[in-house]
Design a protein around this ligand. Structure first.
Ligand SMILES: *Cc1c(COP(=O)(O)O)cnc(C)c1O
Length: 356
């Protein structure tokens, strides 16, 4: 049976991306060697790295004075690497969920942290508005898409201090005005590639601001100076990212993606609103286009397990909600085809017919 992969991460990749990666694992560009067994310093892998960086810059329209890095350690490593490199006295954070809280915890190890606003009062089901960013902060940190709670910041904030963003789960889902950010990072395994590689977009005036000693591997300057090759980079995951970037470019880039993502999300949110058995958890103007969270209406709550089994028996994968929200979460990343959304909607309709 055809599977519809709604997993939150690692998550769906385009079929073509998987196929091309499989081919490169067997034989990269007809050189008679696997992508897994060649030197990262040889010209074949250098070609992969250069094209990945180039396409990354092209597709997000990244200005000249920024660097794109591919590192290890995951987004979680960036939770400490960012303050290590940027936090002198005080940092400002927007607390919009579990990942934001983890980032805050790490920053506290390096200085004072001012949480400018939090949506903890409503289990993170909205993005706070009308907060003030302190002008004496070394930077302001946001999580643009809250993978667990299904909320998303749909704009690029104006910040009086360097803006730092965790874009793990919505990178390449929409055009971004990169010039408004000092640092953007994320794990690849949501919307870009497999687990094992972390992307970093960094403005060139950011590294080297602080006096303190920063361990070599945690210093952005090291990786900028060495073109992400200070140590052995995650070669195979980077190759898969390159295939995703090629695929994105062929489809027309991030504006086309945004349009497709809106259409897909509209279909699913539309059904959640229409179907009397379900309701969405996030406030409407904060709803994510990438992670769509919903629960069973109170009076049908005892049917949640049954719906999950019903959906699973019809090929739906990964729709169980995170334990901190409950219910269901359908992750609808770039690679998620519209047909899978429609298949899920059909399952919801069928379940309604069966029970009401
Ligand atoms: C998944 C996720 C992370 C954690 O990424 P790792 O690569 O596992 O460290 C951080 N932030 C957000 C928004 C995420 O979705």
């Amino acid at each position: 049976m055809r599977k519809h992969n709604f997993s939150a991460g690692p998550s769906i990749l385009a079929k073509e991306v998987i196929k091309n990666t499989a081919n490169a694992v067997l034989d990269l560009n007809g050189i008679g060697l696997s992508i897994m067994e060649i030197s990262h310093r040889g010209k074949d892998f250098q070609g992969v790295m250069d094209e990945a960086v180039e396409l990354f810059k092209q597709l997000l329209d990244i200005p000249e004075n920024y660097h794109v890095l591919f590192l290890g350690g995951g987004a979680s490593m960036q939770f400490c690497m960012a303050p290590y490199n940027l936090l002198n006295k005080k940092a400002a954070y927007l607390e919009t969920g579990v990942w934001a809280k983890k980032a805050i915890k790490e920053a506290k190890g390096f200085g004072e942290v001012e949480v400018v606003a939090s949506s903890a009062d409503k289990n993170y089901n909205y993005i706070p508005k009308g907060f003030e960013i302190p002008e004496d902060a070394d930077y302001f940190h946001i999580t643009t898409n809250n993978t667990i709670f299904g909320t998303e910041i749909h704009e690029d904030y104006d910040s009086p201090v360097p803006l730092v963003a965790d874009m793990s789960s919505d990178i390449f889902s929409r055009p971004v005005d990169v010039s408004k950010y000092a640092l953007i990072y994320g794990g690849a395994q949501k919307n870009l590639g497999p687990a094992g590689v972390t992307f970093v977009i960094i403005r060139d005036d950011i590294p080297g601001r602080l006096e303190r000693y920063i361990p070599t591997m945690l210093n952005y300057k090291t990786h900028i100076d060495q073109g992400s090759m200070f140590n052995t980079p995650p070669c195979l995951p980077i190759y898969t990212c390159l295939e995703t970037l090629r695929w994105l470019k062929k489809l027309g880039g991030v504006s086309v993606m945004q349009k497709m993502n809106r259409e897909k999300a509209d279909i699913l949110y539309g059904e959640i609103e229409r179907n009397p058995m379900f309701s969405g958890t996030a406030e409407k103007d904060s709803r994510s286009l990438m992670n769509i969270c919903f629960v069973m209406e109170e009076k049908y709550k005892e049917l949640e397990k049954e719906f999950l089994e019903f959906a699973t028996s019809r090929g739906m994968v990964g729709i169980k909600g995170h334990r901190s929200v409950g219910g269901f979460r359908a992750s609808t990343y770039n690679a998620m085809p519209r047909e899978s959304i429609i298949a899920l909607v059909d399952v919801m309709k069928e379940f309604e017919k069966k029970n009401l």
